[in-house]
Design a protein around this ligand. Sequence first.
Ligand SMILES: *Cc1c(COP(=O)(O)O)cnc(C)c1O
Length: 377
Amino acid sequence: MNKPSAADGIPFLDLQAQYQSIREEIDSAISQVISASAFIGGPFLNAFEEDFRRYCGTAEAVGVSNGTDAVRLALLACGVGPGDEVITVPNTFIATTEAVTMIGAKIKFVDVESTTLNMDPRQLERAVTNRTKAILPVHLYGRPADMDPILAVARKRDLKVVSDAAQAHGAMYRSRGIGTMGDAATFSFYPGKNLGAYGDAGAVVTNDPEIARRVRLLRDHGRTRKYEHELEGFNCRMDGLQGAILSVKLRHLERWTDLRRRHAARYSSLLQGIASLRTPLEASDSKAVYHIYAIETERRDEIQHFLRSQHIETGIHYPIPLHLQPAYSYLRLGRGSFPVAESLAERMLSLPIFPEMTDSQITRVANAVRAAIQTPA
Ligand SMILES: *Cc1c(COP(=O)(O)O)cnc(C)c1O
């Protein structure tokens, strides 16, 4: 076999391939928005909110500017404010915790489980204080957090639950949609997410009409009608263009998710039986949507280096847990505070996964991982 060249390299993600597959629908949606000059909010956003609400199985969906603002507005709408503590996890993208700090609340971390890689419900009770107001689990990589025990603690201690589903569009937990549990769930439509806009966008979904009402107010200057403001809000609106594009893409999402799941299953079967490598756990009662397909191995850096030499792009989500980030040095949480999250940061490697990948690309990546790991250290 010839050494692969950059030309037949495998990217981590290929947005161009997806656009080409739905180009006519997208171009037509974009030109409709421009013809109608419906640039901010408006009919295309309303239509998307209705589509997304149905897709999530919730009473309400509110489109906002991005996934970070979705978390921020959902927490505010749940009554979280200055001085309140919000419990979340250290192995997430910093947007999750930025949303907490931006509203004057305090971040309280708990460690994650080595199985789901998500919030460990057994750590929760100990972390709750009389200032705790909300729990903010993250469905990392598109795999549901273990919500039932989290919801049980919330009920017992009278806490709100907002879940960060930025990576988990369409995921199911014990036959329930990921957006239907707790008080609200938030989504990001950043272009690389499973449902991605052509720019920034996000949404809050909820079954609580009052939370939805407050998010609607907060995203648009607290406005009830023109120049009447019930409260001071923000400019966190979604563009009409993004709404129209997302409505088109939502029609394809189940098919894309099925492909992601198929690719994940293929990776897991090709990578079976390697002692020093763990493939993602598939819980029988949940449906993960594989925003990321990450393997766990002590030889992560070597494998990544070898794949790069084969022109295969990989990622690390995330290399530094939040409690060890310079931005959070003020929390004074040293190494050893959250051992599971710390070990994941050193061992996880995200392989390329996107719906348009071919079986032979998956095989090539898997073979390269095998070759790298079977080379003596
Ligand atoms: C992408 C992401 C966000 C932020 O979404 P933006 O739309 O980029 O603001 C928040 N949380 C998690 C877990 C994410 O992956």
